[in-house]
Design a protein around this ligand. Structure first.
Ligand SMILES: *Cc1c(COP(=O)(O)O)cnc(C)c1O
Length: 412
């Protein structure tokens, strides 16, 4: 191999060694800012964005060594990209996993996990209260491939246990759930998975590692839609899978082959987003708590769903397994669809959009948008009533948000 290539590799290996040693016992905030960065010989301070589809080799022999796998350097950006690697290593550090694989979206993260780790004949047990598209992926597309899924009630441990069959290879859930903030006991469900020899996969999109680290509570794999809080400013679509190296190597092999790769640009946005993750999450939590408490006092509000309220059935569990209660809450106004729509249309600052995890606060009517495709029976079972409104609380002044919700109440 040509000399200059070895020199650059030695430089990067040495940097990685020094950094890994310094970060061994580092806290979450330090990891969020420092983990995964590897400076190029240019000495850039900020993480560089490597906008390149492919990489050159110093010689034909060097190219052969790369392609054979003897030299682990970059070949092509569907396989590896330095900026994507920064994001993967930073996410692995934050979630406390051995390895991470970035994907083009949150759905690609879930699909890649399933394609890599399941085969025809395998059975999945999945919470009924997952993201709607996740539900469709399991029931429609994986079902078509002979991977069958039983849906259960997130909070009911007996339901999880009863759904297991000898073919069950994966348990899948989100906690807290959307939009009613229901809580799953991760340690208890992980014990059920372990006894069965199945993998517990947790979609940690709503909490992020700043508030909840499922791997430390017994989950095997964490998936994310990076589109939400990891970005935090509503700019890019992306996803990531985190877990043990053995399984992540399989997920990576699928992503490299099938191609739902994260772009370097998006990876760069997410890497910078992670630097402020904990500060943002703490601010989202504080404002969501204040608005939830305020909504409870309003006579036109029938019920508020937020795990930070002591009256919420998952409050004690959330206090135990999360560092904060999150930025998403929902509530029911007195009346039906007309009242809910009038409230939503009465606000001026909240954006009417289904997205969440943004610096900008958002408001949505689940029954006719995010959960609109559910049958009436499924809606009733999931508690998605016509008077339910979901908020994703952003980073605006909380008094301005309160005044905006007051506008909604005046419109009733
Ligand atoms: C948005 C979302 C997804 C899907 O992520 P995309 O990035 O939109 O593909 C999966 N799970 C949860 C909980 C989500 O909120």
């Amino acid at each position: 191999m040509a000399k200059i290539d070895l020199g650059a590799k030695a430089f990067l290996d040495q940097q990685r060694g020094i950094l890994n040693e310094a970060l061994q016992d580092a806290g979450l905030d330090t990891l969020a800012v420092r983990a995964g960065q590897l400076r190029s010989p240019e000495g850039e301070h900020g993480e560089a964005m490597f906008m390149t589809s492919s990489y050159v080799f110093d010689s034909a022999a060097a190219a052969a060594a790369r392609f054979s796998g003897d030299d682990p350097g970059n070949v092509y950006s569907r396989y590896t990209n330095p900026t994507v690697r920064y994001f993967q290593e930073r996410m692995a550090a934050l979630e406390g996993g051995e390895s991470a694989v970035a994907t083009s979206s949150g759905m690609a993260a879930i699909l890649s996990t399933c394609m890599a780790l399941l085969k025809a004949g395998d059975h999945v047990v999945c919470s009924r209260s997952v993201f709607g598209t996740t539900n469709a992926l399991f029931s429609k597309y994986l079902g078509k491939l002979g991977i069958h899924t039983t849906f259960v009630t997130l909070t009911d441990l007996d339901d999880w246990q009863a759904a297991l069959t000898p073919a069950t290879k994966m348990l899948f859930l989100e906690t807290p759930s959307n939009p009613l903030c229901e809580l799953a006991d991760l340690s208890a469900i992980s014990a059920i998975a372990k006894a069965q020899g199945a993998l517990l996969v947790v979609d940690n999109c709503f909490c992020t590692p700043a508030l909840q680290r499922p791997l430390s509570l017994g989950a095997d794999i964490v998936v994310h839609s990076a589109t939400k809080y990891l970005d935090g400013q509503g700019r890019c679509v992306g996803g990531v899978v985190v877990g043990r190296k053995e399984q992540m190597d399989e997920v990576l092999a699928f992503v490299r082959t099938a191609g739902p790769t994260m772009s370097a640009f998006n990876a760069w946005v997410f890497v910078k987003g992670l630097e402020t993750l904990r500060l943002r999450m703490d601010a989202h939590c504080a404002s969501a708590q204040a608005l939830a408490e305020w909504l409870c006092e309003q006579p036109q509000v029938e019920q508020v769903y937020y795990a930070g309220l002591p009256s919420h059935p998952g409050h004690a569990l959330a206090a135990r397994q999360q560092r904060g209660f999150g930025g998403v809450l929902s509530f029911k106004v007195k009346g039906g669809r007309e009242a809910a729509w009038a409230f939503i249309d009465g606000t001026r600052i909240f954006s009417i959009t289904a997205n969440l995890g943004d610096a900008k606060s958002t408001i949505v009517h689940p029954a006719t948008t995010t959960h609109g495709r559910l049958s009436e029976q499924d809606k009733a079972q999931a508690g998605i009533t016509e008077n339910l409104i979901r908020l994703s609380v952003g980073l605006e002044d909380v008094d301005d948000l309160k005044a905006d919700l007051q506008r909604g109440l005046h419109a009733l």
